[in-house]
Ligand binder design. Structure first.
Ligand code: 5RP
Length: 232
């Protein structure tokens, strides 16, 4: 019989582990693409320990920009940097192919923009985010406010239920001045086709399925340590 049980890591500790592990993908002298969320906050904190070895970051949200700057990391405009070697971000769900659902922190549009200008997407998650098929987490969709009701009806026709995201009783306003619909009841069996389809609906700014900008690598925090998964 085991004398001592293996200590179980908390979700917060798993986030710290993967945030620190992501440093290995940051090359000296580079500008790093930085996502948004509680897991990325752990990465930003770790990045501060090597801030003198990098030029700085391109950020995916006002929240991450504030945290980066507070830690003394320079933040570059995405338009000033044609290409990034690596983008590091969390996810709300990730499947076995590296397709993700993102946007729980309402930063999906800028996240997709920075991901698109990066050669590699390193996704940092704890294992609770792994799904067999996307659709468990309510799908965030950033929309132009005047189109939200029509877009909600389009999701209803697919079997989904769209709810306007609120903050302090009012519609949440994104960094881009738009609204977020959270859609439940969807089973996203073909993420590439789904992303392409919904992106074409007038008034959709960004759908939170990241299939065209999927992860190239996932650092997954598990009970037995950080697992590295590489996708084709
Ligand atoms: C923000 C995001 C985040 O990456 C996602 O919500 C995961 O966040 P967390 O690391 O806090 O679980 O997409 O828009």
């Amino acid at each position: 019989m085991n004398a001592a049980a293996t200590p179980t890591l908390t979700q917060d500790e798993l986030k710290t582990l993967v945030g620190q592990a992501a440093l290995q993908y940051v090359t000296p002298g580079s500008i790093v693409g930085v996502g948004t969320g509680s897991t990325v906050n752990k990465f930003i904190d770790a990045l501060a320990s090597i801030k003198d070895q990098i030029q700085g970051a391109v950020s995916s949200s006002e929240a991450s920009t504030q945290r980066l700057k507070a830690l003394g990391i320079a933040v570059f405009d995405s338009n000033a940097v044609p290409e990034l070697a690596v983008y590091i971000d969390g996810a709300d769900e990730i499947d076995a192919q590296g397709h993700m659902v993102k946007g729980g922190g309402a930063a999906l549009t800028r996240e997709k923009i920075v991901a698109a200008q990066s050669r590699q997407f390193v996704c940092i998650v704890d294992e609770s985010k792994l799904v067999s098929s996307l659709g468990r987490f309510p799908l965030p969709v950033e929309v132009i406010p005047m189109a939200s009701q029509r877009i909600a009806r389009q999701f209803a026709a697919m079997g989904g239920t769209a709810t306007l995201r609120l903050k302090d009783g009012q519609p949440l306003v994104t960094d881009n001045g738009q609204h977020i619909l959270d859609v439940t009841g969807l089973s996203i069996t073909d993420p590439l086709a789904f992303e392409s389809q919904v992106n074409q609906w007038p008034g959709v700014v960004t759908v939170g399925v990241f299939a065209h900008q999927k992860a190239t690598v996932c650092l997954m925090g598990t009970a037995s340590g950080v697992k590295t998964i590489t996708y084709a």
